[in-house]
Write a protein that binds this ligand. Sequence first.
Ligand code: SDX
Length: 431
Amino acid sequence: MAEPTRTAKLTIDDKVIDLPIYSGTIGPDVLDIRKLYAQSDMFTYDPGFTSTAACDSAITYIDGDKGELLHRGYPIDQLAEKSHYLEVCYLLLYGELPTLVQMKDFEGRITRHTMVHEQMHNFFRGFRRDAHPMATMVGVVGALSAFYHDSTDINDPWQREVAAIRLIAKLPTIAAMAYKYSIGQPFVYPKNSLDYAANFLHMCFAVPCEDYVVNPILAKAMDRIMTLHADHEQNASTSTVRLAGSSGANPFACIAAGIACLWGPAHGGANQACLEMLREIGTVDRIPEYIRKAKDKDDPFRLMGFGHRVYKNFDPRAKVMKESADEVLGLLGVENNPTLQVAKELERIALEDDYFVSKKLYPNVDFYSGIILDAMGFPTSMFTPIFALSRTVGWISQWKEMIGDPTQKIGRPRQLYTGSAFRNYVDTHHR
Ligand code: SDX
């Protein structure tokens, strides 16, 4: 990290403490508090990390006020329009857009790692058919470290690279297997002749009894959804992956931890919760009732797919996703899809309502994604697994950046203790 740009002075009682201030390329400066506890015997207090930078990173930048998202400096709307998912994977992993030769080599490496060890099929047999695919994915991805011992040594750059390629390549296969298992259909092997997104659709929807031709419209839409979910700075699941990685855990275990965190409805589970909410609303005339519930302090209901910790303007991914929903449903001839109509009217009403305007609550990446995935034929239970397979490149890129930093330390936050002070044990008959 560069030298401090200036110094802040913190006065605590009669003591003045100098805190260095560092500046990044763009975005907020940071106040370096690493020596604060040693100099003040105090911790900072920020339970939701609303004002805390946990690391420095060169991968993704978000400006919540402008509604801007950059991957290695390139804006997400340009990448969604002009790039494709595997090219964005290369960009996130290596920092630059690939040449044609580099892209062909990378695509070839990913393609040759899409199969999973045949014995991993047995893992699925141990799950109930009605298990949520996210539960299956957490288990099977964590189990990758039981099969790929030659890419678990985090101190070997070559093994780090192979683990990253394996995870990006195998997550779609595992997600498709989780889906097939949940509907009682046989697993479909990856096909090297298909591109990444088309391969995933083929593994999900093909059956052995007949040829399955991937609809190019859906493959393009799938690729765009993957691109829009690829990485997003230090969100909860990425921070989970970083914290797990900081202990030296192998990359497969770290990604399994990220999948577990993503599952929550406040995070990646919101896409499933959002479509189920839109279906529950059902018709436009019931929207006011749900707006009232969302505004009611005593009602735990929230508009799923709305609001964001960082974006206090439109989530740029939601804008692209909304355009894609219009395009895909139009091309499929289902533009009058009632769920899409409810979503658009709900967005219109909410964005005119002072509660949402004053709290700067806008649709996020999860608001429209489910409508497209539903139109493609996916059950809602597959929405978060698709988010997870798409985000794997972001997680593993951030993990590689951290592990490759020789100064990285194990993450170990402290606390404000509010429990009992010292007290002696009391025998049972004296309680
Ligand atoms: C993702 O971090 C990332 O980058 C995540 C992500 C990524 O790509 O990795 O972008 C993916 O997780 C997107 C978010 C998906 N989650 C949802 O759509 C669930 C619904 N949204 C919320 O639960 C909420 O908005 C969060 C969790 C997303 C953000 O919560 P914060 O930042 O902790 O904000 P908050 O809960 O403190 O809310 C601020 C106020 C509160 O009201 P007050 O207590 O101040 O009166 O806004 C209200 C909240 O009650 N509020 C909502 C609301 N979201 C916030 N009210 C109604 N509906 C909502 N959706």
